[in-house]
Design a protein around this ligand. Structure first.
Ligand code: NAD
Ligand code: ZN
Length: 363
């Protein structure tokens, strides 16, 4: 077990560290910077994660001199709702959690987004420590400061940017994840390989089974590399700008697939896997991507047990979803395409016919 890696998200006075390593939760008091005057911590989690890691975190908070109050939210995406947020506010009031106190988010992206949103809005903003316990949350959701909840009208419609005090990604927690969650998270991890750090791809290609099985050495390396990419991009471009768009590789078609399958058939990372296959084929077709990218993409995602086909998409419906996006920006179809593994770019005015063809190839 190697020493934890510390990556800086360089955002001047809102900058923070993301620590990646095995066993961080067991040594929480050592890694958690306690804000001056903080006395209480609201530990937001769900029952699944609480059962596994709640006691360790409460012990760590106590060792750090904080009085811990646990707020348990339902498991699943439905926790990102106004009604759960409202219950959370009443719980914070009952503690009472004061301006100098701390919110601690322990769980996947759902808990992180909800707890981050509570922290962003409570007393107009209190500190939040993100303790992500899913692969997706460690490489993506917990880093970057986006928080929010859903409305029946749409996902993440209500939210705020609120950078955390610290992110502690304990890769040992990934061992208890259901295998499907780990595979889906690896889809998001592979994305970092295609857009920036080819060493991520090489490691996953060398040891796909170990990665899927939750091998902490493999996962620690790819999480550390993925976080490094996201930290650099977020620091260069805190809000939604050009660099940050590269993080959407595989997401244009991926989001369309999620929307058209009612957000139930695929985990997000699975839809992104399909989206990366489509993007690689599109890139090759347009001469933006090197020949062989699509084959390499399919081979890796297959080895990770991620979907690379088997989805029949109604071209009209896809076009409609993409047009909504296009209308929002007032331009032609925009895609993030990978020129060569480790290098991505924004490509505008992609012909609709080419998109239709690559979508059809996913059947
Ligand atoms: N803020 C951002 O930038 C950002 C980025 C990407 C995704 N997200 C959001 O993240 C959410 C999805 O997050 P997710 O994929 O982590 O799903 P999730 O939070 O629902 O977690 C998946 C499942 O794993 C369980 N779990 C969590 N940690 C565990 C562990 N260590 N062992 C066993 N079980 C564990 C959870 O209880 C849940 O049932 C979505 O709401 C999405 O919008 C946010
Ligand atoms: Zn994603």
């Amino acid at each position: 077990m190697s020493a934890p890696a510390r990556l800086r998200v360089d955002l001047a006075e809102r900058g923070y560290d993301v620590v990646v390593g095995e066993g961080l939760l067991a040594g929480l008091a050592e890694h958690l910077p306690v804000p001056a005057h903080a006395e209480r911590a609201a530990l937001v989690t769900n029952a699944t994660v609480d059962r596994l890691y709640g006691d360790a975190v409460r012990a760590g908070l106590a060792a750090a001199g904080l009085e811990a109050h646990t707020i348990t939210v339902p498991d699943g995406e439905d926790a990102k709702s106004l009604s759960v947020a409202e219950t959370g506010y009443h719980r914070l009031a009952a503690i009472p959690l004061r301006r100098d106190d701390l919110v601690v988010a322990l769980g996947g992206g759902v808990v992180g987004d909800l707890a981050g949103f509570l922290a962003a809005t409570w007393h107009r903003g209190v500190a939040v420590a993100q303790l992500p316990t899913t692969l997706l949350a460690q490489v993506d959701a917990a880093v970057g400061g986006k928080t929010g909840i859903n409305l029946p009208e749409g996902k993440n419609l209500v939210g705020a940017f609120h950078q955390p005090l610290i992110v502690l990604a304990d890769t040992q927690t990934l061992a208890t994840l259901p295998e499907r969650e780990r595979r889906a998270g690896l889809g998001e991890v592979a994305k970092y390989g295609f857009i920036d750090d080819v060493a991520v791809l090489e490691r996953l290609e060398a040891e796909p089974a170990a990665a899927v099985a939750g091998d902490p050495t493999v996962l620690t390396e790819v999480v550390r590399r993925g976080v490094a990419v996201k930290a650099r991009i977020v620091a260069a471009d805190e809000r939604e700008g050009a660099e940050r768009m590269l993080l959407n590789y595989g997401h244009t078609i991926g989001h369309a697939i999620e929307a058209l399958t009612g957000y139930t058939r695929y985990r997000h990372g699975e839809a992104v896997a399909l989206g990366m296959v489509a993007a690689a084929r599109l890139g090759e077709r347009l001469g933006v991507s090197e020949t062989g990218l699509a084959a390499r993409t399919v081979a890796l995602l297959d080895a990770l047990g991620l979907p690379t086909g088997g989805v029949r998409l109604d071209p009209g419906a896809v076009a409609e979803v993409l047009a909504r996006d296009k209308k929002a920006r007032g331009r032609g179809l925009r895609f993030i395409l990978c020129a060569t593994p480790g290098r991505a770019e924004v490509v505008d005015d992609v012909p609709a016919g080419a998109v239709e063809e690559v979508c059809a190839s996913l059947a």
